[in-house]
Design a protein around this ligand. Structure first.
Ligand SMILES: [Zn+2]
Ligand SMILES: [Zn+2]
Length: 236
């Protein structure tokens, strides 16, 4: 406790949205910015969790026209406004500490749902080795470890590999996204015989990356694949 206090004086926690120093009693985000975070609420798609405009609908437009390989997934927030910038900084400005806020909120809101999935393992979406070396870390793996530690589920980083250094998805159209990731992943032998796995990534857009990973994991014998991401964007 004392050690943590000293640490917080030496390295005060910064708000994941405005980057100002957060008061200890505020937790991991300043109270002003907490109000601006676009947390996803009901009604939401029963497949991908994207917000729905009408509560009579069960699935979003994307999930009605696409047969996903994964079973179901959860995203914490909508990929817009302040959160969009915050995630950008996690990836490209070394703001890894922002992940503490997002992982804490994921567990707070969805810990009970995730436990019901009864996962055997958590698998972060891998970066290509070259990109990971350049960035110094894989943000999806860091998030996966925080979630895994909180719910006591092992995280395997060496089962799924990215064998092609693909163009970043954000630059591509939906059709091209699918093609871009189709052959990007490779699975090492599923020695431990994992059945239910959760894929973790930072952003979900059309689901093509998650589906490509899910396809790979299923080809090695996994049964049910779920996903967790920080944010979800408009796939169209
Ligand atoms: Zn703030
Ligand atoms: Zn959906």
């Amino acid at each position: 406790m004392l050690y943590e206090k000293i640490l917080s004086i030496l390295y005060p926690r910064r708000c994941p949205v405005c980057d100002k120093i957060v008061n200890v009693h505020e937790g991991k985000i300043c109270s002003e910015c907490r109000k601006k975070v676009p947390f996803i609420k009901e009604p939401r798609c029963r497949k991908c969790s994207k917000p729905l405009s009408r509560k009579e609908e069960e699935y979003c437009y994307d999930c009605r026209k696409t047969t996903h390989i994964y079973k179901r997934g959860i995203a914490l927030v909508e990929h817009k406004g302040p959160v969009r910038k915050s995630i950008y900084k996690i990836k490209y400005n070394n703001k890894r500490e922002y992940l503490d806020f997002y992982s804490e909120e994921i567990i707070k809101h969805y810990g009970h749902v995730i436990k019901k999935w009864n996962p055997d393992a958590i698998i972060p979406v891998p970066l290509h080795k070259k990109r990971e070396i350049k960035r110094g870390y894989n943000q999806a793996a860091l998030l996966a470890k925080k979630i895994g530690a909180a719910i006591s589920v092992p995280v395997y980083e060496d089962i799924l590999l990215r064998i092609r250094n693909t163009t970043p998805q954000k630059a591509l159209s939906e059709k091209d996204r699918k093609k871009n990731v189709e052959k990007a992943f490779h699975i090492r032998e599923n020695k431990v015989k994992l059945n239910r796995m959760i894929i973790v990534d930072d952003i979900y857009t059309t689901g093509s990356t998650i589906d490509a990973c899910a396809k790979c994991l299923k080809s090695a014998g996994a049964e049910d694949i779920y996903f967790i991401t920080i944010s979800i964007g408009d796939g169209m």
